[in-house]
Design a binder for this molecule. Structure first.
Ligand SMILES: NC(=O)NCCC(=O)O
Length: 362
């Protein structure tokens, strides 16, 4: 009741998925879970039912396989999972952070990892996702390492959003770059410069808060202020660092912002050819740590689905009635009771060089 929010106004219930989807998932060796969140019937609005799909997966090839072979193997793996998502009626699908590559930023090496970077607008992965979107009639959220040729070949950590029509709706960049443990990502790219875009799709208003942004409540808030009803959080994070935070943060963001949140993590251990150090006196090592999967969806009323497995690839399908966002907002009124003008003034003062903390002493 407490861990999954099943008290009172409706937690996640099981969603029946077609038998052929379950058999295909078993054949293709990934876990398939289905859940649904209901909202109360309204007189003036029809239910706004949307099915989202969250995919978590291991890298299929070793990190020293040729770059093109690794990318192709990941495309193939995702394709076979997306086919099952279509059988389950999924409308919007999101993949894990930097899904076309191993999460190699821990190494701080440039080659071959920077070779995985692609154009967000017309790189091979975006073209692949456009095909998927059109063929399966779903919106695709595709988090990649972006190479921005128009701006001096700058790299970014970017999520490309592709409409179910197959056209590229736009992109959202990771706003918060970790400098914690072996997550040495600022070696490759800097903080995003795109603010907090929300994408209006046929299946609701969606936004993408990439991984480390999960720890920043204001980052979630800004997507919500722009009207996001579903915020995806494609991630890559390891047990030793964050597993105790994982069940709390995206769930809390759903509560605080009256929206649905979808937290997605990688699975497994990715081993690199060359050892690297962490600057902490510990011996050099070949892997970043264990990616614990456990992807889940949280609803604005504080309920959540169970997580996918810690150890297996998986597809989590969640049906949600987006009417729940406004219903919870009308009950708890966090936007109405938020003191945004006061926060804005205090934040504006805080970022000034002459800021003096408001501390009252005897
Ligand atoms: N990819 C990424 O930002 N990971 C940082 C670790 C975490 O946020 O748990």
């Amino acid at each position: 009741r407490l861990l999954f929010g099943t008290s009172g106004d409706g937690g996640a219930r099981p969603l029946d998925l077609p038998v052929e989807a379950h058999s295909a998932a078993a054949e293709r060796r990934f876990e398939l879970q289905g859940h649904r969140f209901e909202a109360a019937p309204e007189q003036l609005r029809q239910p706004r039912l949307v099915r989202v799909g969250l995919i978590q997966n291991k890298i299929p090839l070793a990190t020293d396989a040729p770059v093109t072979e690794q990318v192709t193997a990941l495309h193939e793996r995702i394709k076979e999972i997306v086919e099952v998502a279509e059988m389950c009626g999924v409308n919007v699908i999101c993949f894990q952070e930097a899904w076309t590559m191993p999460f190699a930023f821990c190494t701080r090496e440039r080659l071959p990892w920077t070779e995985f970077a692609e154009s967000a607008e017309d790189g091979p992965t975006t073209r692949f996702c456009q095909k998927l979107a059109k063929q399966h009639n779903l919106v695709v959220v595709s988090p990649i390492l972006e190479r921005d040729a128009a701006h001096g070949e700058t790299l970014w950590n970017t999520a490309v959003v592709i409409s179910n029509s197959g056209s590229v709706l736009g992109k959202s960049r990771k706003n918060h770059i970790p400098r914690v443990g072996d997550f040495n990502e600022s070696t490759y790219y800097m903080e995003g410069d795109r603010g907090h875009p929300v994408f209006e799709t046929q299946y609701g208003k969606i936004a993408v808060n990439i991984c480390f942004g999960r720890h920043h409540p204001l980052n979630w808030l800004m997507y919500s202020l722009n009207g996001a009803e579903i915020i995806f959080n494609p991630s890559a994070t390891i047990g030793k660092l964050s597993e105790s935070l994982w069940p709390i943060e995206a769930r809390d963001a759903a509560i605080a912002n009256h929206c649905f949140t979808c937290a997605i993590n990688r699975v497994g251990t990715e081993v690199y050819p060359n050892p690297f150090t962490s600057g902490d006196g510990e011996p050099a090592h070949h892997d970043l740590g264990y990616f614990y999967g456990s992807s889940y969806v949280a609803a604005p009323n504080g309920s959540r689905t169970p997580g996918l497995s810690r150890t297996h690839d998986g597809l989590l399908v969640a049906e949600m009635d987006l009417n729940l966002c406004r219903q919870v907002s009308d009950k708890w009124n966090f936007k109405m009771t938020g003191r945004y003008k006061m926060y804005a003034e205090e934040l504006a003062a805080f970022v000034q060089p002459n800021f003096v903390p408001s501390v009252i002493r005897e």
